[in-house]
Design a protein around this ligand. Structure first.
Ligand SMILES: Cc1cc2nc3c(=O)[nH]c(=O)nc-3n(C[C@H](O)[C@H](O)[C@H](O)COP(=O)(O)OP(=O)(O)OC[C@H]3O[C@@H](n4cnc5c(N)ncnc54)[C@H](O)[C@@H]3O)c2cc1C
Length: 200
């Protein structure tokens, strides 16, 4: 019986290596899991990836995402770092949502003198929370559009706060923890005045 078993295992190993592969697979997975657990215990974080780009753009506002797209179109490997939402101030808080608010104000004003246009209505009021909700919805849609543009141009978006550590090296933190390090050949700083970029 034992002899038979040895013979079967011997045949399996020599004939198609299945046993070896079946044994190695879970062993490799186990080693990886043990490595990740040891890193979490030792350093309090999941081991971070070191990314490498030809061009790294810090800041996903109109300045940053346009620069990132152009660099990708020129054939470079591009990473874009953003600590909040793609689209920056313009798409999320400034230009776009403010124009959505202005549109509601404009419509309200037009409706006030609608009789001049031959349009009558009974009672005119506004719902401020609804106006805000619409404005936020427009901003979110446009920000998602930028996310799509990043994917389409094969730009890797890294969410977190960027800090320059040394020449051509950037550290990314999220919730106070370092999540990534980046090496880059070319660096664009779009929020150049942001102090977080240079803090010790
Ligand atoms: C109310 C309002 C209305 C406006 N209306 C108009 C308009 O109609 N037309 C117009 O042309 N302009 C308008 N502007 C101006 C416009 O918003 C700015 O010119 C534009 O956002 C600048 O783009 P930017 O990419 O240089 O910077 P930002 O839009 O400020 O983008 C910088 C990005 O970098 C990110 N960032 C900063 N520091 C870090 C870091 N350390 N790590 C990672 N990410 C970081 C920020 O989160 C941000 O998303 C308006 C502004 C406001 C406030």
């Amino acid at each position: 019986m034992c002899g038979n078993l040895e013979e079967v295992i011997y045949r399996l190993i020599n004939e198609n290596n299945k046993v070896v592969r079946l044994a190695v697979l879970p062993f490799g997975a186990l080693l990886t899991i043990l490595f990740i657990i040891s890193q979490i215990l030792l350093f309090g974080r999941i081991p971070m990836a070191e990314r490498e780009y030809d061009v790294t753009v810090i800041g996903g506002g109109p300045g940053g995402y346009v620069a990132a797209i152009r660099a990708a179109q020129l054939g470079m490997k591009v990473g874009l770092i953003e600590r909040e939402k793609l689209g920056g101030v313009c798409l999320n808080w400034g230009c776009i949502p403010s124009k959505a608010l202005l549109k509601s104000a404009e419509l309200y004003n037009t409706m006030k003198k609608s009789q001049e246009f031959g349009i009558t209505h009974t009672g005119l009021s506004y719902d401020f929370p609804k106006i805000i909700t619409r404005s936020r919805g427009v901003a979110d849609r446009v920000s998602k559009g930028v996310e799509y543009l990043m994917r389409k141009n094969k730009i890797e978006t890294v969410f977190g706060t960027a800090k320059l550590t040394e020449k051509n090296s950037i550290e990314i933190t999220k919730d106070g923890k370092v999540t990534d390090t980046i090496k880059t050949k070319i660096l664009f700083l779009l929020p150049a005045a942001d102090r977080a970029l240079f803090q010790e």
